[in-house]
Design a protein around this ligand. Sequence first.
Ligand code: BES
Ligand code: MN
Ligand code: ZN
Length: 498
Amino acid sequence: MPDALKLGFAAFALPPRGVLVVFCNDGLQFGPSTRHLLGDATDMVRKAAAAERFKGKLGSTLDIVLPAGLQASRLVVVGCGQASDLKGADYLRLGGIAMGKVPAAAGDAMVLAELPGGAMKAEHAADLALGTRLRAYSFDRYKTKQNEDDPKAGSAHVTIGVAEPGATRKAWAAREAVAEGVALARDLVNEPANVLNPEEFARRATALRKLGIAVEVLDVAAMKKLGMNALLGVGQGSAHESRLVVMRWNGGKRGEKPVAFVGKGVCFDTGGISIKPAQNMEDMKGDMAGAACVVGLMQALAKRKAAVNAIGAVGLVENMPGSNAQRPGDIVKTMSGQTIEIINTDAEGRLVLADVLHYVADRFAPKVMIDLATLTGAIIVSLGQEYAGLFANDNKLSDRLIKAGERTGERVWRMPLGPEYDKMIDSKFADMKNTGGRFGGSITAAQLLQRFVGKTHWAHLDIAGTAMGSPQTDINKSWASGWGVRLLDRLVSDYYED
Ligand code: BES
Ligand code: MN
Ligand code: ZN
């Protein structure tokens, strides 16, 4: 949970006990303050490095228990490679690696934010802190017994030793808001679907009101009135009612057009009548990761008082088989007036988004609109779990997302859109069908979404591969990654704040 770790900043110092983490380059050199604090122990570190063949490569670690000459219970040396060319995302990773070396039992730890060239800049030390915070996240709400081999990291108290505690705390304030947004997104994705149904999801989004976010919840009757039959058709087989949540954060200039974020919130995706195989179906509790990211992002923007007008909208449904479930062959009329023939009830995310995208474009006329969705298994086949698929009708927005992706490490890879793909979703009976066959499955899905955004500058992120079950990284050991919160927060701060 987000509060597991107590994190603070202080001037460089040795910890009285507990873990000491220091950084070196691939020449085994330390910064001046680190050298001073290690004192005579420096020589012992060199010998230990030689014995362990530790070369200081970026991300490698050297662990010394009860280091002679120091009071610390453990000294951890983390390699930074060519320390001079570290980037923002590298500091995050180093923070994660450092945190991974703090055993729960150790209690206290000091991480010296210094490189051979000198103290890390406040911004970089704050990135390091963000990495430790993200790494410390765990979802153990439903574990009733302590695991003795792997005790909860609950009581750790980590101090980041910095040159300028004041400036670093200032840089940390905004990042702490982002860290809490990531934790919220992870919590929502990790939460099981018997707890987190559309109504409960909407309730949790409503909690953002206390931060000054306006939250509207539209129920089934309200959506019927608007003509959102594509979204409602997906949810009609479930005992849980569908919801649409619209969040507004007005931190920007009055009257300035908003940036809009739209999330797929399928709280559980059985596939419906076109039911999925049993293997790994439990993962489909995470089919609301797009919506979770939007909620986490809105919380982050509000907590750091971002100078932007932002809309977050999430379509919340449960896709179930049942006597009232939608059938293959059914035709639904969307809010936009366009009709869709259902070929496969498992291609439900695009149906939900068709109505929400149209609604947001129509009501708010946003300057840009970005949707996130665990939309297709095909994007995992294309890109694996390293990149999210990016589709856009606007090159500038696309370039900005790619840049923000490189800066945060939440990377996106642009995929094509084009009228050539339209014939694949032509329907015999309606304006379009909801699947385009086996080829280019992520593209035909995006091509369908594009029909509901009008002239809005729009980008679609297919996060089926990155949102969950990802190979665990240095900054995440949980199943859900919270992917997209950092990326979009960065997009906003770099390009859309006043
Ligand atoms: N939620 C799934 C996509 C998905 C798959 C997300 C694996 C995360 C991990 C989506 O609703 C879906 O079922 N897509 C189908 C579309 C097909 C029926 C055209 C798919 O990808 O197989
Ligand atoms: Mn599906
Ligand atoms: Zn789905």
